[in-house]
Design a protein around this ligand. Structure first.
Ligand code: WTA
Length: 640
């Protein structure tokens, strides 16, 4: 029996056991199915979590676009590969067939080559959710260039930091973008970012909003005329299994964002395998993931995983509330979507609206619903199950990370009984462990601990771009011979996992990972600010919102607090982007610190969450009086 499509839960157990007993045999069998290999691997896996170094399918040669596009042309040439749904529902949707995708990717690849991009060069892609975004990532992969997609909601500073960190030679952008009824001047942001990026030689500009923008001579080039002249054939660059495919930045708890490096063969095999099994994709299904390609979910489950399976994948440019809160359901109805994959923050926002927004639309095409990005709370889970799935569609609560490349824990639709708020079982090939505070593995069930992974999987990030030491320290140094996820988890009596949230200083706001340190650094740039600390607190829709404690310099003390709050959020918007703005800012004379000078965030978190009854052990505090001051100010209901 093929292990490419799991059919029964018993089969899941069997396959999982086999994948543990013989991981190499297991992945070899998956890799032998369906894919085009220009040369077969010599060795399935070599690994060492001490170094750390992991290699999958060493010696193999391939091009991922051949597997995502060329391979389908003979039987699926006319089938829609990408179904583009524009921001404005009055604008017609675009069906891009596999044949057209082939031609457009090849043309784009030829343009990249003409502009001097070669194998191994880094190309930054800063585009809204328009077809050029998917096409340009694939075009990079076609010629072996490494794409670094930066979410088009990031600010100029965040963009330039990412461009410089990986020395990108080129930026692919658009004149602007639509976001509901608004337009955004993306090219303006790029221009500002590039003042700090001497290494960028070329900017290719796609026309989307047809705004009047400035084009810098010799650097900026309109994309379309170049594409029009380009040939529709481009030989794929033949890559080694472990050649980098892309870099994608994710926030860390300290300092610079981490450029996670994903490589070619393992990533392809794993995203293809998990897409097929987790979404139970069938030939005529229409699959829709609402994420942005600027995040890992979009890379793995809008572009690579679906296309590797010859699927039809929907790309939506707009937002859930434009022109009204029924937009998602209108699209499901219009395109007869069969699998729908979104984030809890979107579900919570949608659930607040009148049910009429849902009921107006026929959702009977839906078969599987997915959730990703943060823990889904019970209420949201039931709303999704009752009103969208009509209790007929299994919900796959998929746990994974930018670093893992693909889904790690998830129910298999129709096989794994779902349980609200539980991501359930690890997928085949995934060996999890829960660790206690002493660094020992917890073997019993019904306990919580820190979630680790004890054996490599094909799509794991191989390093942090330019900083292997940080990769080792962040993921492989907390527990010996374990990859540490940074998440806490609970294992129930049958072995189901429930993710309880981050245990480090990363806060997930509306599904976006935000490290506290970069936000604090931004705030501290304000001339009136001496020091600051950020914590998360629960928020109805965003999951978490940010609460900042700020100490002012003497010079700032006389300033109007409301104005300061606005300025602080303005600085954060400039340094990171509007997603990192603070909901609450409390000015204080000090921060609770341990004798070694570390801020005790645990206490600040409790105060922000209104859980001041039991602050826990405060005996190691250097300045307990500050805690009292902060609490008094909250009680006095000072405007925060
Ligand atoms: C969180 C997104 C609970 C988790 C694919 C993880 C989740 C971080 C879930 C990674 C889930 C993701 N349940 N928490 N189903 N999925 N997370 O890198 O804390 O943007 O470590 O990858 O999101 O976020 P990232």
């Amino acid at each position: 029996m093929s292990n490419y499509h799991i059919k029964h839960l018993e089969e899941y157990f069997q396959i999982h056991r086999k994948s543990v007993r013989d991981p190499e045999g297991f992945w070899e069998e998956v890799a032998e199915e369906h894919f085009i290999w220009r040369k077969r691997w010599d060795k399935v896996l070599s690994w060492d979590f001490e170094k750390p170094e992991v290699k999958w399918f060493e010696g193999a040669k391939l091009n991922i676009t051949e597997n995502c596009i060329d391979r389908h042309l003979r039987i699926r040439g006319e089938k829609t590969a990408i179904l583009f749904e524009p921001n404005d529902p009055k604008e017609e949707a675009e069906h891009i067939s596999y044949q057209q995708l082939y031609e457009r990717v090849n043309q784009f690849a030829n343009v990249l080559k003409d502009q001097g991009i070669k194998k191994g060069d880094r190309v930054c892609i800063y585009l809204p959710m328009i077809p050029e975004l998917a096409i340009s990532t694939l075009a990079c992969a076609r010629i072996g260039a490494i794409h670094s997609v930066v979410f088009a909601g990031f600010s100029a500073t965040a963009l330039s930091t990412r461009i410089n960190d990986s020395d990108c030679k080129m930026v692919i952008a658009s004149d602007g973008s639509y976001r509901g009824s608004k337009t955004i001047d993306l090219k303006g942001i790029v221009d500002e970012a590039l003042e700090e990026c001497p290494g960028v030689e070329t900017v290719l500009v796609a026309k989307r909003i047809h705004s009047d923008i400035e084009m810098k001579e010799d650097r900026d080039k309109w994309l379309q005329p170049l594409l029009d002249k380009a040939d529709t054939e481009c030989e794929p660059e033949i890559m080694d299994a472990e050649d980098p495919l892309f870099i994608l930045y994710t926030s860390g708890s300290t300092g610079m964002p981490k450029g996670m490096v994903h490589t070619t063969a393992g990533y392809m095999v794993y995203t293809a395998y998990t897409f097929k099994n987790v979404f139970q994709y069938r030939e005529n299904d229409v699959y829709w993931c609402t994420a942005d390609i600027g995040w890992i979910t979009g890379h793995s489950y809008i572009v690579y995983g679906p296309l590797a399976n010859g699927a039809t994948t929907v790309m939506f440019e707009g937002v859930p509330n434009y022109p009204d809160w029924g937009r998602f359901w209108e699209i499901v109805d219009k395109h007869k979507v069969t699998q729908f994959y979104t984030a809890p923050t979107a579900i919570r926002a949608l659930a607040k609206e009148n049910l009429e927004c849902v009921e107006k639309h026929d959702l009977s095409s839906l078969k599987v619903l997915g959730s990703v990005g943060e823990p889904i709370n019970e209420e949201a889970w039931h709303w999704y199950n009752d009103n969208i799935g009509k209790k007929k569609c299994p919900i796959v609560d998929t746990w994974w990370q930018t670093e893992t490349g693909g889904i790690m824990i998830s129910p298999i639709p129709y096989l794994t009984p779902t349980k609200p708020t539980y991501a359930t079982f690890p997928l085949p090939g995934i060996q999890l462990s829960l660790m206690d505070e002493k660094g020992e593995e917890i073997t019993e069930n019904q306990v919580d601990g820190r979630l680790c992974i004890k054996f490599p999987w094909p799509s794991m990030a191989r390093t942090i771009w330019g900083n292997h030491k940080r990769y080792k320290e962040t993921y492989f140094s907390t527990y010996k011979n374990q990859y540490f996820t940074g998440d806490g988890a609970l294992r129930d009596e049958v072995g189901y996992y429930r993710i309880t949230g981050r245990v480090d200083d990363v806060i997930i706001v509306s599904g976006h990972n935000l490290g506290t340190a970069p936000i604090e650094d931004a705030i501290n740039e304000h001339q009136a600010v001496a020091e600051s600390a950020i914590v998360g607190f629960p928020h109805d829709i965003k999951g978490n919102a940010l609460y900042g404690y700020v100490i002012l310099k003497e010079s700032g003390e006389s300033r109007n607090h409301d104005n300061l709050r606005k300025e602080i959020n303005q600085i954060i918007t400039e340094h990171i982007g509007p997603i990192a703005k603070l909901d609450k800012i409390q000015f204080t004379s000090g921060l609770p610190k341990t004798r070694s000078g570390k801020i005790m965030r645990r206490i600040l978190r409790k105060i922000a969450c209104n859980e001041t009854d039991n602050l826990g052990d405060t005996s190691t505090l250097l300045n307990p009086e500050v805690v009292q001051e902060i609490m008094d100010n909250v009680l006095k209901n000072l405007k925060i």
